[in-house]
Design a protein around this ligand. Structure first.
Ligand SMILES: Nc1nc2c(ncn2[C@@H]2O[C@H](COP(=O)(O)OP(=O)(O)OP(=O)(O)O)[C@@H](O)[C@H]2O)c(=O)[nH]1
Ligand SMILES: [Mg+2]
Ligand SMILES: [Zn+2]
Length: 300
C-alpha cells in the first residue's frame, strides 16, 4: 500500500462523483475525493465516468482523459440538445410512488433507455404506506404486466424500511442509478441504503426552510464494487436518439413476435400481417403496453 494520498500525488485515476458547473469532484483510487477542473473539450465528463487527472504547476488538478464508456444515459433537453446524465451504468432503478402518482409511460421510457444502454432495470414503487389510499386497479394491472414480462417490481416504504434489503440485494456488484419524478423518494431510498451518507431530501428542515430537491447526479461508493447514483427528479424523460427500431426493441415482450412480421421494417403500427399487433389483439402481449408503444411511436 502506498503511504501517500491523492492529495499528495501529481496524477492518477478516479471516478467522477459529481459535477458543479465547470468543476468536478472525483473519487481517487485511494478512496479520497479530489476537486478537478476539466479541459473544455472534455466538458461532457459526467457522474460515473472513469478519468485520468493530472496536477499543473499551480497545484490544480485537471481531468485530461475520460476512459472509454460502457454506456451513457442521455436525455433530450427542452432546447433539443443531448445531455449526459451519467455514465457506466449497470442498472437503472426506476422509482415511482403512489403520490405523486405513477406515470407508466415514463416507466416505459426508462425501460427503453435500459435496453438501449444494455443495462438491467428494477422497478421500485415507493411510499407503500400510501398504496391503499391512492393505488388504482389500473396501477396494479400495470405492475402485474411488468412482472409478467420479467421485470422485478419492488415495493418500498422509506418510513419503515420496507424493501430496503431487497433493493440492496439487487444492487450487488453493480453501478446503479436512481431515476424518476421529483418527490417520489429517490434520495430517501438512497439514505436508507446508505444511512451514513445523510443525503438531503425534501423533508422540511427543522428551521422550516426550503425543500431539498436533488439538483445534480451524485455517485456513492458502497464498497465491494457497488455504486449508487442519486439523480435529480424529472418532470418527463425521453432518450435523446430514439428511433422506431430502438423504440420497439425497448418493449422486450415484442421480441418473440417481431421476426414473424411480414415486413422486415415493420413498425408494428398500420402494417398488414404484423405479429406484434396480432399478439396485442389476442392478449399474448399487454394491450396497454402496446398502446403506449403506439403513442410513443407517434411522438417520435
Ligand atoms: N409517505 C411516504 N413519504 C415518503 C416515503 N419516502 C419518501 N417520502 C417523502 O417524499 C418526499 C420526497 O422525498 P425525496 O427523497 O426528497 O424525493 P426525491 O425523489 O429525491 O425528489 P427530487 O430530489 O426532487 O427528485 C419527502 O417529503 C419524503 O419524506 C415513503 O415511503 N412514504
Ligand atoms: Mg432527491
Ligand atoms: Zn410488426
Amino acid at each position: 500500500m502506498s503511504s501517500t494520498t491523492a492529495q499528495e500525488e501529481n496524477k492518477g485515476t478516479g471516478r467522477v462523483i459529481t459535477r458543479f458547473g465547470a468543476e468536478l469532484l472525483i473519487q481517487c483510487t485511494d478512496k479520497t475525493s479530489l476537486r478537478c477542473t476539466t479541459k473544455r473539450k472534455l466538458d461532457n465528463a459526467a457522474c460515473g465516468d472513469w478519468v485520468d487527472w493530472q496536477r499543473n504547476q499551480t497545484g490544480t488538478a485537471r481531468i485530461d482523459k475520460i476512459h472509454p464508456r460502457k454506456n451513457a444515459l442521455t436525455r433530450l433537453t427542452y432546447r433539443g440538445r443531448a445531455n449526459t446524465i451519467a455514465a457506466n451504468i449497470d442498472q437503472l432503478i426506476i422509482v415511482s410512488s403512489w403520490l405523486p402518482e405513477p406515470f407508466w409511460d415514463l416507466v416505459d421510457r426508462y425501460l427503453i433507455a435500459a435496453e438501449m444502454l444494455s443495462a438491467e432495470a428494477v422497478i421500485v414503487i415507493n411510499k407503500q404506506d400510501l398504496a391503499e389510499q391512492y393505488a388504482t386497479e389500473a396501477d396494479w394491472e400495470a405492475l402485474a404486466e411488468y412482472e409478467a414480462i420479467g421485470y422485478t417490481v419492488l415495493h418500498m416504504n422509506t418510513k419503515d424500511n420496507t424493501g430496503t434489503e431487497a433493493l440492496r440485494q439487487h444492487m450487488r456488484g453493480k453501478t446503479n442509478i436512481l431515476l424518476g419524478r421529483s418527490g417520489v423518494g429517490k434520495s430517501s431510498i438512497a439514505n436508507r441504503i446508505m444511512p451514513d451518507a445523510s443525503i438531503l431530501t425534501a423533508d422540511i428542515s427543522d428551521s422550516g426552510e426550503g425543500r431539498h430537491t436533488t439538483t445534480t447526479a451524485t455517485l456513492y461508493d458502497l464498497g465491494e464494487e457497488v455504486y449508487l447514483m442519486d439523480s435529480p427528479g424529472v418532470r418527463d424523460y425521453a432518450p435523446d436518439n430514439l428511433d422506431a427500431i430502438k423504440l420497439a426493441n425497448g418493449y422486450r415482450e415484442f421480441k418473440p413476435f417481431m421476426n414473424d412480421c411480414h415486413f422486415s421494417n415493420c413498425t408494428h403500427n398500420h402494417e398488414p400481417k404484423c405479429s406484434v399487433r396480432s399478439a396485442a389483439e389476442s392478449g399474448s402481449i399487454s394491450s396497454n403496453r402496446y398502446q403506449r408503444y403506439l403513442d410513443a411511436l407517434n411522438n417520435l
